[in-house]
Write a new protein. Structure first.
Length: 135
C-alpha cells in the first residue's frame, strides 16, 4: 500500500502575486532615481564615437592638410541606430569642416528619460566632447 505522506513545500498563487506586486512597487519607486544613471551610461557611447571621429579627423588632416566633411573620406563607418535595427543610440554628423577646424555632432535618437528632450554632444578640433543639450 502506497502512502501519500510526502508534502511538497511550494508557494500558492496569492503569495506569488503579492511578491510580484511588491517588486513592481519598488521598481516604480526606484526608476526615477536610476534614470540619470542610465542616461549617463548611454552618453558614454556618444563621447567614445566622437573621440573616434576626432582621431580620424586628425589623421585626415595630417595626410591632406584639411579636415573632412565626409565620413567615407575618413574611413569611418557610421554605426546603425536602434531605429535602423542597429545598436547605436546616437546619430552622427559632421556639421562643419575647413582647413583649420571641424565640428561633429552626436544627437540621440532615443529619449532616455522620457522628458521629450534628446541628448546632444559635439566635438571639435580641440578634441574635448561637450554636452550641448542635456537629457
Amino acid at each position: 500500500m502506497l502512502s501519500n505522506k510526502h508534502k511538497v513545500n511550494a508557494f500558492n498563487l496569492q503569495e506569488m502575486l503579492t511578491v510580484l506586486a511588491i517588486i513592481g512597487i519598488l521598481l516604480l519607486i526606484a526608476m526615477p532615481k536610476l534614470m540619470p544613471l542610465i542616461t549617463k551610461t548611454k552618453t558614454i557611447e556618444a563621447q567614445t564615437q566622437l573621440k573616434a571621429i576626432y582621431n580620424f579627423q586628425q589623421q585626415h588632416r595630417a595626410l591632406y592638410s584639411k579636415y573632412s566633411s565626409d565620413f567615407s573620406e575618413l574611413d569611418y563607418e557610421l554605426p546603425q541606430t536602434v531605429k535602423e535595427n542597429g545598436t547605436a543610440n546616437y546619430r552622427y554628423e559632421i556639421t562643419e569642416s575647413s582647413e583649420y577646424s571641424f565640428k561633429a555632432r552626436a544627437e540621440a535618437v532615443v529619449d532616455f528619460d522620457g522628458d521629450g528632450v534628446l541628448n546632444v554632444w559635439e566635438i571639435d578640433q580641440d578634441g574635448k566632447p561637450k554636452q550641448i543639450v542635456k537629457d
